[in-house]
Design a protein around this ligand. Structure first.
Ligand code: ADP
Length: 327
C-alpha cells in the first residue's frame, strides 16, 4: 500500500506566499508518489472571528487556489473538512489527551494574545481536531509549514497513546519540509498570515498589488554594510529574494548591501517582477477553473467519495477498538 499524505488549509481568505511555500509546494512534490488527501479545513476557520456569510466563498477560493497551484484531482483527493467525520474522531481522541498539554501550546497562547475577546473551546481543541484530520487518513507525511510543528507533536503523542491503549492503529505522522517552511510577514515581525492584514502577498495579486505590498515592507536604514541581518525587514526581503530570484540577482543585491550601496526601491522592483513571474501561470490556470464551476463541483464530489471510504473505515476501526458500537 502507498503511504498516505494529508494537509489542510484554513478557509480564512486567499492563499498567500507563505501557504504556497510552506504547504502547497510540499503537496505538489508528494502528489505523484503518495495517496494524498488535501483539505479545506473550514471547522478550523471558525475558531477565530469570521463571517458566516463569507465562509462558503472562502472555502471555494481555497479550492480554486489549490487547483490553480497545480494540485491534480486525478492524483489526489480534495475534501472539505466539515463533510467528513473529522469531529467524530476528534471527540474520541480528545478523551485520551490531557487538557494541560493543550493549554501550554505556544500556538494556543499566540491566538489568545491575537484575539483576547475570542478565547473559545474550539481554539483549545484545535490541535486535537488537527490530529484527527491527519489520523482519520492514517497519514504518514504532512506537508505543512514549521508553525504547525507543535500541532504535529500533539498528533504523534495522540497516535502513540492510542496505539498503546487500544492496539497498533495509527502511524506517527511526520512533517514534510519545504525550503520555504517559514515565510516572514511583510510587516517585519512574525509570519505571513491570511489573518494579519498587510502581512501577505496573495497568490492572486497582480504586479501592481505585489509592488504596493512590498513598498510598505519596512527596511533598516543607515546600518547597511557587512553581513545581511538575520532578522527584521531587510532579512525578510532577502528571504523572499532567495526563494523567487536568480542566483545572479541575489549575489548582486548581497554585494550592494555589504558595500552599503543598496537601493531598496530597486530590490523591491526586481523582487515584485520575479514574484509575479512565478504567480502569473497560477493566475491563468485559476481563471480556467473559475470559468468551469461544474468541473470544480465534480472534482469535489469525487474527492468526497474517495475520502469517505478511507475516513469511515478508520472511524469504525477506532470505535470498535474503544468498545463503542459501530452499528
Ligand atoms: P494562515 O496562518 O495564513 O491562515 P493556515 O493556518 O491556513 O495559514 O495554514 C495553511 C498552511 O500554510 C499550513 O501548512 C501552514 O503551516 C502554512 N503556512 C501558513 N503561513 C505560513 C508561512 N508564513 N510560512 C510557511 N508556511 C505557512
Amino acid at each position: 500500500m502507498k503511504k498516505r499524505v494529508y494537509s489542510g488549509v484554513r478557509a480564512t481568505g486567499r492563499l498567500h506566499l507563505g501557504n504556497y511555500y510552506g504547504a502547497i509546494k510540499g503537496m505538489l512534490a508528494l502528489q505523484d508518489d503518495y495517496d494524498c488527501v488535501f483539505s479545506v479545513v473550514d471547522l478550523h476557520a471558525i475558531t477565530t472571528p469570521y463571517s458566516p456569510k463569507l465562509l462558503q466563498r472562502n472555502i471555494r477560493e481555497v479550492v480554486l487556489d489549490f487547483l490553480a497551484a497545480g494540485l491534480d484531482p486525478e492524483k489526489c483527493a480534495l475534501e472539505i473538512q466539515s463533510q467528513l467525520p473529522h469531529t467524530d474522531l476528534a471527540y474520541l481522541l480528545s478523551t485520551i489527551y490531557p487538557v494541560s498539554r493543550l493549554e501550554d501550546l505556544p500556538t494556543y497562547k499566540e491566538k489568545k494574545a491575537q484575539y483576547p475577546k475570542y478565547v473559545n473551546m474550539g481554539l483549545l481543541y484545535y490541535p486535537v481536531l488537527m490530529a484527527a484530520d491527519i489520523l482519520l487518513y492514517k497519514a504518514d507525511l504532512v506537508p505543512v509549514g514549521i508553525d504547525q510543528e507543535p500541532h504535529l507533536e500533539v498528533a504523534r503523542e495522540i497516535a502513540r497513546k492510542f496505539n498503546s491503549m487500544f492496539g497498533e492503529t495509527f502511524p506517527e505522522p511526520k512533517r514534510f519540509k519545504t525550503n520555504g517552511e517559514y515565510i516572514p510577514s511583510l510587516l517585519g515581525k512574525g509570519k505571513m498570515s491570511k489573518t494579519v492584514e498587510g502581512s501577505y502577498i496573495s497568490l492572486v495579486d497582480d504586479f501592481n498589488e505585489i509592488s504596493s505590498h512590498l513598498a510598505k515592507a519596512p527596511t533598516d536604514t543607515g546600518v547597511e554594510g557587512g553581513e545581511i541581518p538575520l532578522e527584521g525587514g531587510v532579512a525578510n526581503l532577502f528571504t523572499l529574494l532567495k526563494l523567487f530570484s536568480s542566483e545572479v540577482t541575489i549575489v548582486a543585491f548581497t554585494k550592494e548591501y555589504q558595500e552599503g550601496k543598496i537601493k531598496y526601491v530597486e530590490l523591491k522592483k526586481v523582487l515584485a517582477e520575479d514574484i509575479y513571474k512565478e504567480l502569473k501561470p497560477l493566475q491563468e490556470r485559476r481563471r480556467e477553473f473559475e470559468n468551469q464551476p461544474d468541473l470544480v463541483d465534480t472534482i469535489l464530489a469525487n474527492g468526497r467519495e474517495k475520502c469517505e471510504k478511507m475516513a469511515f473505515s478508520t472511524l469504525s476501526e477506532v470505535k470498535d477498538k474503544m468498545g463503542i458500537s459501530v452499528l
